[in-house]
Ligand binder design. Structure first.
Ligand code: GLN
Length: 152
């Protein structure tokens, strides 16, 4: 395997999903995960990793057993920054989470670990070596999400 980890970035999940199909990347990414590759999906990327998406659904890779509701917090203008809930444990304490037209994750399956919640809702989850993050960790100087990806 040539890469240790892969990031599916934020953006627009309809567009990214079409690109994955057009460039025949669905199976290679699923095989990368199946071979033990680490994957982080942020925002639109989190939608693409989920079991199913709702609210203008897109075909997903189905690598994390969770549902994603697109644009669940409103429009771009409703973007916000919020702190991780205080009971998320020491690893994530004090993390500021930047949400931009973010999805809401729900119904995590039994093999899904919820690492970070904001207002009680899961915003960083993990199944095996696949992580879904509904906020944008690349927009702060806090490297903990990326470090967790490389350490898992
Ligand atoms: N709302 C976008 C979507 O549904 C995701 C936004 C983002 O990645 N910041 O694809």
């Amino acid at each position: 395997m040539g890469a240790r980890a892969l990031i599916l970035p934020g953006g627009e999940s309809t567009t990214i999903s079409k690109g994955l199909v057009r460039h025949e990347l669905v199976k290679p990414i699923q095989e990368f995960a199946g071979a033990g590759g680490a994957i982080l999906g942020t925002c639109a990327g989190a939608i693409l990793l989920s079991r199913i998406s709702r609210n203008h659904p897109v075909p997903t890779l189905g690598l994390i057993d969770v549902e994603a509701e697109r644009n669940a917090y409103g429009t771009q203008l409703d973007s916000f920054v919020a702190p991780a809930d205080k009971d998320c444990g020491d690893s994530w304490s004090g993390m500021d989470c930047v949400f931009i037209r973010a999805p809401r994750l729900s119904e995590p399956g039994p093999d899904v670990e919820v690492h970070v919640r904001v207002d009680g809702e899961p915003v960083l989850v993990r199944e095996g070596r696949c992580w879904a993050c509904t906020f944008h960790p690349e927009l702060t100087d806090d490297l903990r999400v990326h470090e967790a990806l490389l350490a898992c």
